[in-house]
Design a protein around this ligand. Structure first.
Ligand code: GAL
Length: 768
């Protein structure tokens, strides 16, 4: 049996010796997962958690199984553990679980567990030793549990399941024994036996589109272990990445595991929420940069068909010190053991991100992989060419995209990768940091840079695909970021609100989608110009209307973005069919419209000679003065006063309208609140949901410059995780709501009050 130990801990700062034998008086009662402080989303310093912290738990253990193991799924960074006054040892966790045998020390009643956590950055433990571009925080930030097992039990199971239905099992058992396995496909038993090699006939494969999982139940005497397993084949080659024999161009993002207020201590539901957001956000692969992440996140990736690349902890630096190197190898071993049953995991990241060559260290790590999981490939991520590649895949971070004209380098220029599969593992990021409240042109350029790098990468068949930097803005050390300790490199902000770049990725997915990356407000750009309007959509075309008047039909820009599945659609004509001037022929009208559109995008002062000549010719032909030309221009282009218009963008797929976006002058404003789910279950841990709060206008456009205060009130067994008063940030924020203990199901309400309106979110809170 597994007993979760996450509720009712005591926590205090410091490391008082008396905590080993008695509960501290002035301790705070907390719940695991826990970070040693609740930090603001911005302006947090790594200095805040360089210290000692004491966690204590009183608990009973009625289970009389002879083997008892305490499992800490994630403690940042290292800890000493005492049970009933006995020192059980010193343990290094960081991003990996720690198993402690407590069989000899545990009592049926009134155990006292005392954990001294040391959150300091220790130069003998990766990722530390030099600088690191992310914050690690401190605390017992993943769950704790007690495993009570018979003497003969299963320590570990490794299942290899292939597309042809073949299964190979290997076990680590505490004593000799025979394990019986049952395999279920839903309710149907499809295999039962003690063989380690067998075959499931007509297996239902695991894929991105249909991530089918089988239930494997292992029995050794009284003991039962359950795993969810997918049958699939993966292959990385010089000709790309193949899943179940089919080439899949990889389109991905990198993810850091931190959240506002929580740091890394977000419970299961928020880990799942991130995976769901990424999957519905149009990508097919995520890299858990730059360390092993929560099992809840990986389980969810298995369930929803989001491919994963993991990575050992680190950042650019390789220690020379022998303890550092031992810890690095140990982390690689523990990461593989933790993650090797995941169907979604397509390669291990077995090189410190962007580190130099070190054949001695990476040779050892390859030997560990060969011992634990020889078949699954590994990737090494570097940011330079001509590197020794001991891994099976050459990962390359290409930051050569310094403009909209250049995406990534051709694969043939990546010397050192000859004969190996190549995957671009990062682009963009620091090349163009972008905030949700940045001016539109910057937010658009970020999106187009992502479109360009992805298009270049997918146009070159030598690449298996591209993962860009990065999914979500993240907290970082003083040396990085925008001075606010945030790297604004995400396509979503730190609250998981989308920038236009997120809309670009979402448009690469198959669910009908349209986002217009413009407010279509002349005053938003310099000189009141109206730059070209980019539509991120997977539709076949977009029809633009000004009010009811049809302007034109616009097609995907395949010429500029040939590699991506769904190139953006560029609206470069906002007059189109509406141009009718008495006496002006249709042919001449088209030329005038072209010149007017150019003016509206670039300004009269930047008219090209050809446009000037066109206009001069028409002035002569139609006896117009320049003021007449300007008045005609203003009639079609300017939309002040009476001319204020509603722009309607209609997206069509297979001849059917699939989406519509409206833009117009914002005159009515409201708050919108969308909860990531509607039920919280206060179970093994507290549960949590994210409420996306956006300020919008009457057309549903998010108002990126809104920074109003909002106040949050709750009723029921729930609590706001974070401050109760916050400011919108780029037109939005996230409100996190956590469950509290309840004996019976309770209706609960969250009220979000803005300056002129308020919204309610109704929830149900359930006991487990
Ligand atoms: C890379 C690094 C990432 C992040 C990124 C910012 O060099 O691998 O961790 O720092 O730069 O763009």
């Amino acid at each position: 049996m597994n007993y979760p130990l996450n509720h009712g801990w005591s926590f205090s700062k410091g490391k008082p010796a008396e905590a080993q034998s008695a509960l501290l008086k002035n301790a705070e009662t907390i719940e695991i997962p826990h970070c040693v402080d609740m930090y603001p989303a911005q302006y947090i310093s790594e200095r805040a958690y360089q210290g000692d912290y004491t966690y204590q738990l009183r608990f009973d253990c009625k289970d009389d199984s002879p083997s008892k193991t305490l499992v800490f799924h994630g403690v940042m960074l290292q800890f000493d553990c005492y049970l009933n006054g006995t020192h059980l040892g010193h343990f290094i966790s960081g991003y990996l679980p720690v198993y402690i045998d407590v069989s000899e020390h545990i009592r049926p009643k009134n155990n006292l567990l005392c954990v001294y956590v040391d959150g300091r950055e220790d130069h003998e433990i990766p990722p530390f030793g030099k600088v690191v571009d992310y914050l690690t925080f401190a605390g017992i930030y993943r769950e704790v549990e007690l495993l009570c097992r018979p003497k003969a039990h299963i320590e570990d199971v490794f299942v290899q399941a292939s597309l042809n239905g073949k299964v190979n099992l290997s076990y680590a058992l505490s004593e000799e024994g025979e394990v019986r396995v049952e395999v279920h496909d839903g309710e149907t038993l499809v295999h039962e036996g003690k063989d380690k090699d067998f075959k499931i006939p007509n297996v239902h494969p695991w894929s991105i589109e249909d991530p089918h999982l089988y239930d494997f139940d292992f029995y050794l005497g009284q003991e039962h272990v359950h795993k969810r397993i997918g049958f699939r084949d993966i292959r990385f080659g010089v000709d790309g990445f193949f899943l179940n024999g089919k080439r899949v161009p990889l389109i991905g993002l990198n993810r850091h595991q931190t959240y506002p207020y929580f740091g890394p201590a977000a419970p299961k539901s928020l880990q799942q929420d991130d995976a769901d957001l990424l999957k519905s956000g149009g990508i097919n692969v995520v890299r858990t940069s730059h360390y092993p992440q929560s099992e809840h996140f990986l389980d969810r990736c298995d369930e929803i068909g989001l491919l994963v690349l993991d990575e050992i902890p680190g950042w650019q630096y390789i220690g020379k010190d022998k303890n550092w190197r031992r810890n690095c190898c140990d982390f690689a071993r523990r990461m593989i053991l933790k993650e090797r049953n995941h169907a979604s995991l397509i390669a291990y990241g077995l090189r410190i991100d962007e580190s130099g060559d070190d054949d001695e260290l990476y040779g050892k790590i390859q030997a560990i992989k060969a011992e634990l999981d020889p078949k699954r490939p590994s990737i090494g991520v570097r940011n330079f060419k001509d590197s020794h590649c001991l891994e099976q895949i050459y990962g390359y971070n290409d930051f050569s995209n310094d403009s909209l004209e250049h995406g990534v380098e051709p694969a043939k220029q990546i010397k050192g990768a000859e004969g190996k599969p190549i995957l671009i593992t990062e682009t963009n990021g620091h090349m163009f940091p972008t905030k949700t409240f940045d001016p539109t042109d910057r937010r658009l350029e970020q999106a187009l840079r992502h479109a360009k790098t992805l298009s270049d990468a997918l146009s070159d068949n030598r690449y298996c695909g591209e993962l860009s930097w990065c999914a979500f803005d993240y907290n970082t050390h003083k040396d990085f970021g925008s001075g606010d300790h945030i790297c604004h490199h995400g396509v979503y902000d730190i609250y998981r609100n989308p920038k236009y770049a997120a809309a670009f990725y979402k448009s690469q997915g198959e669910a009908p989608f349209l986002e217009v990356a413009s407010l279509v407000q002349p005053g938003d750009a310099n000189e009141a110009l109206m730059p070209k309007i980019y539509c991120f959509t997977n539709a076949d075309y977009v029809e633009l209307y000004k009010g009811d008047a049809h302007i034109g039909k616009f097609l995907p820009d395949k010429a500029s973005y040939p590699g991506v599945p769904h190139p953006p659609i560029v609206v470069d004509d906002i007059i189109g069919e509406t141009f009718h001037e008495k006496g002006i022929s249709e042919k001449d009208g088209k030329k005038i419209v072209e010149a007017f559109n150019y003016c509206s995008q670039n300004g009269f002062s930047r008219l090209r000679l050809s446009h000037k000549l066109t206009l001069a010719r028409f002035m002569a032909k139609y006896h117009m003065k320049f003021s007449d030309v300007y008045a005609t221009y203003a009639k079609y282009i300017q939309s002040w006063g009476e001319g204020s218009v509603l722009w309607r963008f209609l997206a069509y797929k297979d001849g059917k309208k699939v989406a519509e976006v409206r833009r117009g002058p914002s005159t009515e404003f409201h708050l919108e609140a969308i909860a990531s789910k509607d039920t919280l279950v206060h179970g093994d841990t507290f549960d949590c949901l994210r409420i996306q709060v956006l300020k919008k206008d009457q057309y549903g456009t998010t108002l990126p410059y809104a920074s109003d205060p909002i106040q949050i009130e709750t009723e029921g067994p729930i609590e706001v995780y974070g401050p109760n008063i916050v400011s919108l940030y780029g037109g939005g924020t996230a409100v996190y709501i956590r469950s509290k203990a309840t004996k019976a199901p309770k209706e609960s309400v969250v009220t979000i009050k803005g300056i002129s309106d308020s919204v309610e979110v109704r929830l149900l809170v359930l006991p487990q």
